[in-house]
Design a protein around this ligand. Structure first.
Ligand code: ATP
Length: 239
């Protein structure tokens, strides 16, 4: 966890993610990334120069096989207040709308429910568990499927609801998260989603993994490229 906390601290410093008196809620799916994020932020809270409150919120999409008992127990143990919002997202997305691309609507509805609950609870920062591999695969997906060079930002201000989204795991690769979750015995919920493992995201993740076996320091270089404001050379047409 030390490695993760150090990089969380660096990301928070580099992008001014946390200020004094912030009320931060972690969007907690039950998965490895968000549980690692909660644990890292809880440990970071002890020595962070900026004092902040921390809680966790889960949007329960309504899958039959989603059991959050172990997560509840863990969050109680580490003293992080926890809210679960029951929704009918899975029924709407899979049974009623029978979406051919369920991820997009599901994620929109989840984000909406999460933002709404955060607002209700007086939260001003919403922390999400996206890590470096997610940043790279999002960049690839946007090029492959949208024809633009784009990935999520480390910090995004949502002016409609006056909440800032932060992503403190952006400097951490997935393998470090997997190792840390295992070493610390964090209770990870297996994804209850029926399309888990079969999405475009997994396709992009596989490409990232494949390139990383062939290109030395691939993820580090991609991070550098994503942070590099100066050396961009593309095919812009003259104005
Ligand atoms: N049901 C949910 N309730 C609350 N927050 C969520 C939920 N699902 C996802 N999130 C938040 O959005 C982030 C990105 O979601 P995504 O579905 O891509 O999950 P992921 O990359 O598999 O991460 P995790 O391992 O935390 O599930 C998660 O890390 C988490 O912070």
């Amino acid at each position: 966890m030390k490695k993760i906390i150090g990089k969380v601290r660096k990301a928070c410093d580099d992008y001014n993610m946390i200020q004094d008196n912030d009320k931060i809620a972690v969007g907690f799916s039950g998965g490895k990334d968000s549980i690692a994020l909660i644990y890292a932020l809880k440990l970071f809270q002890r020595f962070s120069p900026n004092k902040f409150e921390l809680e966790a919120i889960t949007v329960d999409p309504g899958f039959d096989n989603m059991n959050l008992d172990a997560a509840k127990e863990f969050l109680k143990e580490i003293d992080v207040p926890y809210t679960i919002i029951k929704t009918e997202i899975s029924k709407i997305v899979f049974d009623e709308r029978k979406e051919s691309n369920p991820c997009s609507l599901c994620s929109k509805m989840r984000r909406g429910a999460l933002n709404e609950e955060a607002k209700k609870r007086g939260i001003n920062k919403l922390a999400l568990g996206h890590h470096l591999d997610d940043g790279i695969s999002t960049l690839f997906l946007s090029m492959f499927y949208e024809g633009r060079i784009n990935t999520f930002k480390p910090v995004t201000y949502l002016d409609r609801i006056d909440i800032t989204t932060i992503r403190p795991l952006i400097y951490i690769t997935e393998d470090i998260i997997i190792e840390s979750v295992k070493n610390n015995n964090l209770p990870v919920l297996k994804s209850p989603c029926p399309v888990d493992g079969k999405t475009k995201r997994e396709f992009a993740n596989d490409i990232v993994d494949d390139i990383a076996t062939k290109v030395p320091h691939f993820r580090k270089r991609m991070l550098k490229a994503m942070q590099n404001k100066e050396q961009i050379q593309l095919w812009f047409k003259p104005e």
